[in-house]
Design a protein around this ligand. Structure first.
Ligand code: SF4
Ligand SMILES: [Zn+2]
Ligand SMILES: [Zn+2]
Length: 331
């Protein structure tokens, strides 16, 4: 088939839009959607100036999503002195997996001339994920531990690095899966939090949208996901065509069983009803804004105190991370 834009050989048929695209037009379409998302979310605030720039920390794992995110953000903001990019990678201590993907991160950030920080669980918590999986004091999936540690590292280091925003490489498939999981679990509170934590547009920028904007969070660096309009497959193709150093091996501990089921379901739905991921997100965003209106804001702020052990914001005496670390030590 031929590209609908230029007549060259098509490399992708995007069933949800009906378009056939060649390599070049596919890459341009991906970049365009990221730029539009940055604009619509109001990521660049009015008060960012070359003298007082914003710092954006990018969660860079070395997988295709975060590599593509870093590359595109660099292209968009390279000439814009209002935005400074810092890449942050995490070493979980997973034999034969993370070393390789960190090499990809090094290569990319060297290429682009972006500051790159690496934080290891071993240094921060004195644990390695391989040992955590072995001990498993709570009888949980590896990712449940890993996610708690990751969130802790990301928020502490985002603060340490002076981050105004924390950007991650979640794509359309990831977000639609999360949306569906929140629906199916009936977790309206979580949907409201999702809006204020990463989905809702920022208020402090020129031409702020008339719809609801997110509440400012006192306890967390605000997050954003500029790739969330781009399907996973297109990100993979982008990484390949732009010859980016993305690492593709899966983590040996990956076993988010429920998400796996949702993934299968979503693939089937998308195949039979192209555009399902987009329509889920369109509806979810509207509902999330309403849920945030009803559930978000002051009440969720009130609950926060400080963890007795580490000072992290938590609604309990000890934060979840300290709980897990105590449980691991007791084994
Ligand atoms: S797949 Fe799970 S265990 Fe592996 S790095 Fe990701 S969150 Fe951690
Ligand atoms: Zn073309
Ligand atoms: Zn703690």
């Amino acid at each position: 088939m031929e590209c609908d834009k230029c007549g060259d050989d098509a490399v992708l048929h995007a069933a949800y839009s009906g378009l056939y695209l060649c390599e070049d037009h596919l890459c341009r379409a991906v970049e365009k959607r990221v730029r539009r998302r940055i604009r619509e979310d109001g990521l660049v605030p009015d008060d960012a100036t070359p003298e007082d720039p914003e710092t954006w920390v990018i969660g860079l794992s070395g997988g295709k999503d975060s590599v593509v995110l870093t590359e595109i953000l660099h292209d968009v903001f390279e000439q814009d002195p209002r935005i400074e990019l810092v890449a942050l990678s995490i070493h979980e201590g997973i034999e034969g997996y993370r070393d390789k993907s960190l090499e990809a991160c090094e290569e990319l950030t060297d290429d682009l001339g972006i500051r790159h920080e690496v934080v290891a669980y071993a240094d921060e918590f004195d644990v390695q994920m391989d040992d955590v999986v072995e001990k498993d004091p709570e009888g949980m999936a590896a990712c449940a531990y890993c996610g708690v540690f990751r969130r802790d590292v990301l928020s502490r280091y985002a603060e340490k690095l002076g981050a105004d925003k924390l950007l991650t490489g979640h794509n359309l498939d990831d977000e639609a899966e999360t949306a569906l999981m929140n629906f199916l679990e009936g977790d309206v509170d979580q949907i409201a939090k999702h809006f204020d934590a990463s989905l809702g547009p920022f208020a402090d920028h020129d031409g702020a949208p008339t719809e609801r904007t997110r509440e400012e969070q006192d306890h967390h660096v605000p997050r954003a996901k500029p790739l969330r309009d781009v399907p996973e497959k297109e990100i993979a193709l982008y990484a390949r065509f732009r010859d980016l150093p993305a690492h593709i091996t899966e983590c040996p501990h990956a076993e988010e069983a429920y998400r796996g089921e949702i993934q299968e379901l979503m693939l089937g739905l998308e195949e039979n009803h192209p555009g399902t991921r987009h329509s889920i997100m369109a509806g979810y965003e509207k509902l999330a804004a309403l849920a945030a209106e009803a559930y978000g804001g002051e009440d969720s702020e009130k609950d926060f105190g400080e963890c007795e052990q580490c000072g992290a914001p938590t609604a309990r005496d000890l934060c979840r991370k300290c709980n897990l670390l105590d449980a691991l030590e007791a084994v």
